[in-house]
Write a protein that binds this ligand. Sequence first.
Ligand SMILES: Cc1cc2nc3c(=O)[nH]c(=O)nc-3n(C[C@H](O)[C@H](O)[C@H](O)COP(=O)(O)OP(=O)(O)OC[C@H]3O[C@@H](n4cnc5c(N)ncnc54)[C@H](O)[C@@H]3O)c2cc1C
Length: 297
Amino acid sequence: MHSLFNGKVIENYPLHKITWFKVGGNADFFVKIRSIAELSQLLKEKPKDMPLFILGAGSNILMRDGGFRGLVVKLAGDFSKWHIENDNTVIAGAGVLDKTLALTMGEAGYANLEFMVGIPGTIGGALIMNAGAYGVEVKDVLQWVDLMSMNGEIIRLTPDDLKMAYRKGHIPKEHFVLKAAFKVQKEDPAVVQDKLNSMLDKKEAAQPMTGRTGGSTFKNPLPHSAWELVDKVGGRGLKNGNAQISIKHCNFLLNLGDATAKEIEDLGEEVRKRVKEQEDINLEWEIIRVGTPLLTL
Ligand SMILES: Cc1cc2nc3c(=O)[nH]c(=O)nc-3n(C[C@H](O)[C@H](O)[C@H](O)COP(=O)(O)OP(=O)(O)OC[C@H]3O[C@@H](n4cnc5c(N)ncnc54)[C@H](O)[C@@H]3O)c2cc1C
């Protein structure tokens, strides 16, 4: 595989370096793709039976200790660009960071994307998760999204096509998010900046934004809050080796330094078990667990 695609594919790539939890084994193969043409070429050259994982900023995944048996693809280059159209739309590549987009829109005096300022992922990940904060979700501002299938076909879908829901983008499986268009509106930059600052302050006060974490661990089993249930069953501050449930916000799992992915996952499972036994509620993982556990003899 590494000899294909102009030798740009790296073998045995350490994924812990590029995920927020800073855990996980190696990918058999890893490649950064910089344009739609490169992506089409890669999909033509990739053996059809080789598993593929699309990695954004790695802020919502737990990569297991055994790593990923297949090809991990990260979008960069052209996918990290955005532009404004008609003063009411921003078109952003899948590799653009949500925070960067929110901040630059603010500086340019465009409102609507402020909620993205505290979300450390990419536009691709935001579409997959229907990411949201403070009552606004991607689906509320999305006009359309362009996707590429594993056969290289490009389709454009709207929120009506997707029927997005709480933390579910309903993006068809085995598709790359290429770029998306969002509704924006002209606003006094100072007003947008105030909103951005207040959202960032609130987030930093309530959540461990700089820790080695994967964001909200479990989806809220509405009408309940996941953090309340975790707290109720004694989860706050609970440890397993070097993994801990955050004391600041107990729907966040933390890697205290050199935790393994297994320690983190087992801690999450322990809490799920307690919530099921004590509250009869099934907590559903929001964090996406990827790859294989480390085999021990
Ligand atoms: C400190 C912290 C705070 C957070 N706060 C919030 C919050 O307020 N609101 C919120 O909704 N989330 C929050 N999150 C979670 C996370 O940032 C979001 O879910 C984000 O949208 C994930 O984007 P990502 O690029 O990191 O995706 P990754 O974690 O890399 O991947 C997530 C999923 O998206 C897929 N994916 C990524 N890019 C593409 C693409 N181009 N095409 C197809 N599939 C793709 C991956 O295959 C994977 O299935 C937080 C996380 C952290 C660590």
